[in-house]
Design a protein around this ligand. Structure first.
Ligand code: CMP
Length: 159
């Protein structure tokens, strides 16, 4: 008996296309980005990428709040320095929404170390060292959910 192959829906799509889904991610324009007047430039790039801004505010973290945010890095040698930097001045926190936004935003940001970042990325163009790297973005859906809830409650998110 000939076996009938049932073609799954969307089977003509590539794997990459099939796994695309609407995600949210946390974006921070760090104190160096705000003090250097880069807020407009960064937001221009987010809008050009067609990310939806689902929430946005200007904050000035205390050292303790920055330590809470970067708690996963508390054993790292740069922990004290990065939390001092992140609490040194105002920062813009945003929730970005879109298909595959976590990975796509990370591509636009470039590598953490601006010397290793690809041409045309925000960090390649504007970062001044590995710490003062202008922007932050969540690295996974789990981290994004945690990081978003660190700064925003559900009433602050626009769908
Ligand atoms: P971010 O992507 O926000 O995550 C952790 C931050 O720590 C990083 O960007 C930098 O601002 C800062 N940092 C400083 N030194 C390092 C380092 N050696 N490796 C990774 N992150 C660093």
């Amino acid at each position: 008996m000939a076996e009938t192959m049932i073609k799954p829906e969307n089977s003509d799509l590539t794997t990459k296309e099939r796994i695309r889904s609407v995600e949210k991610t946390l974006s921070i324009i760090k104190p160096d980005g705000v003090s250097r007047g880069l807020v407009g430039e960064v937001i221009k790039q987010l809008e050009a990428a067609k990310f939806q801004i689902a929430a946005m505010k200007l904050i000035h973290m205390t050292k303790a709040q920055a330590e809470g945010f970067y708690a996963v890095h508390k054993e790292r040698p740069f922990f004290d320095s990065v939390t001092t930097f992140m609490s040194s001045g105002p920062a813009v926190v945003m929730v970005l929404k879109g298909e595959n936004v976590i990975a796509e935003y990370r591509e636009i940001m470039g590598a953490t170390d601006h010397k290793k970042a690809a041409e045309g990325t925000i960090r390649k163009n504007y970062a001044t060292d590995i710490e003062k790297n202008v922007v932050h973005g969540s690295d996974s859906p789990e981290t994004a959910a945690l990081e978003i809830s660190y700064f925003f409650n559900r009433f602050e998110l626009v769908d």
